[in-house]
Write a protein that binds this ligand. Sequence first.
Ligand code: HEM
Length: 493
Amino acid sequence: MLLRTMAAASIPPPSSTTQTTQRPSPSLSQLPIRTIPGSYGLPLLGPLSDRLDYFWFQGPEKFFKTRVEKYKSTVFRTNIPPTFPFFSSVNPNIVAVLDVKSFSHLFDMELVDKKDVLIGDFRPSLEFYGGVRVGVYLDTTDPKHGKTKSFSMELLKRSSKVWLKELLTNLDTLWEKVESDISKNDASSYIIPLQRCIFNFLSASLTGVNTSVSSDIAENGWKMFNRWLAIQIIPTAKIGIFQPFEEIFLHSWAYPFFLVAGDYKKLYNFINDNAGEVLRLGEDEFGLTRDETIHNLLFILGFNAYGGFSVFLPSLIGRIAGDESGLQERLRSEVRKVCGSGSGSGLNFKTVNEMELVKSVVYETLRLSPPVPLQFARARKDFKITSHDAVFEVKKGELLCGYQPMVMRDANVFDDPEEFKPDRYIGQTGSKLLNYLFWSNGPQTGTPSTANKQCAAKDMVTLTACLIIADLFLRYDSVTGDSGSIKAVVKAK
Ligand code: HEM
C-alpha cells in the first residue's frame, strides 16, 4: 500500500486547465522514447476487424486489455468503432492512452483540441441540436465555448437554491413507487421510476420549469430524451443483442434525426414556452441567441445531466443495495450520526459534505464504473506523450482515446485496483487519490472553467449522489437489490 501510494505521489497530479508544468520532469526524461506500437491494418479490413472485436468477439474491456498485453504498452494504435465504410468518412484510427499518466494529456488544452470529439471522430448530425454546435462539441479556443460553459455554470449556481428540495421531493415519489411495487410483486424494477425522478428533478432545477406544466412532457419527456440519446449513440454502443444483427443493423450507419424530430420539437417547445427566465439569462448575460440558448439548454438537460445520471445512479444504487459486507450499516450509522434520524432531517449540502464514507463510496463507484467510459481529444500539435514506462511521439491531428474503466484501474496508482474499497478516499492519503479520479474529464481536485473541458457539474454530481445515499439511509435501515431492481427495503425504526 505504502509503495503504491508513493508511486502515485511521484506522478504529478494532472491539471484540468491550460498548464504544461507537469511534464516532463527530470525523472520522466529518463524514460525511453518508443515508437507507438500497433497498426490500423489494411484499409476497410483493419477497421472492420477491430470493430467486430470491439462489439462482438471481445467486447470493449477485452478489446483494450488484449492489445495492452500484445503490445506490452498502455499506449498503442488501433481502430475504434464506429466505422461506416460505405456511408460516411468517419476515421476510426486512434492512439489509445490507457494509464493514468498518458490519459491525463487529454486534459491539457495546450496540447489537445476538443472540437467535435465527444464520442470520437463521429459526431451525430447537428440536426439533433437544431443546427447549433452546442458547447460540448466546441474547443476552448472557440469564443462560443466560453459563453456556453459560463451559461451552464450559472445555471448550476442558480439552481442550487432549489436543487435539494426538488431532489428530495422526487425521491419521495421514487421510493413510494418502489415500496408499492415490492408490496405487490415482491420486487421493483426501478429504472423507469428513477428516470422519471431524474428528469423531473433536473428539469425543475436547471430550467426552472416544473414538468407538470405540460401533461405530455411530465408523462413522456424522459422517454423522448431516451430516444433522442439512443438514436445518436447507437453506432458507438455495444447493445448485446443477437449477432450479426447488431453489427448489420445498429453499427453500420448513423441514424437520421427525423426519427426523433417530433420528440425534439416537443422538448424544444416545452423550453421555449416555459423557461423564459433562463432563456433571458442566456441572451442577456451570455450573448447567446434565444435559439442557441434553447438547444444548449436541451443538450445540458438531456445529454449531460439526464444522460449522465441515468447511467451513474443505477450503478451506485446497485453497488450499495447488493453489498453484503456490512457497508450499509456503516453508511447508515455515518448518515444518522451527522443528520440525526428521520427522513429529510438535517440533510443538506453542508451536512452531506461531512460524510466521509458516503463521499468515498461515491468516488469509488465513479472510479470502477465511470459513466462516460471513453474520452477523446485531438493533438493540437506534434508533442510527446508519456506513459509510466515510455515516451511516444504524437503527430498533430491524431485522435487520442482513453478507456476510463481501464485507466481507473491503473495498478501504479490504485492499490488492489480491481477491488471496490469503500474507504479508499478517506484520510490524507486517500484524498490525494482524488488527483487521479477522472470521471468528469479532469481530476476530481480540478476546477471546471472556460479554459478547460471538465464537466461543469463535477461537484454537483458527486454531492447529489451523496444526498441520494444519505436520503436512502434516513428512510431505510437496509435495502436489498441490484442495478436494475430492489427486492426489499427495511424502513427506519
Ligand atoms: C452523472 C452525471 C454527469 C456525468 C457522468 C457527466 C460527465 C461529463 C463528462 C465526462 C464530460 C466531458 C465530456 C468530454 O468532453 O469528453 C462532461 C462535460 C460537461 N458536462 Fe457533465 N456530467 C454529468 C452531469 C452534468 C450536469 C448535471 C451538468 C449540468 C450543468 C453537466 C454539464 C456539463 C457541461 C456543460 C459539459 C461540457 C464542458 C465543456 O464543454 O467545457 N454535466 N460531463
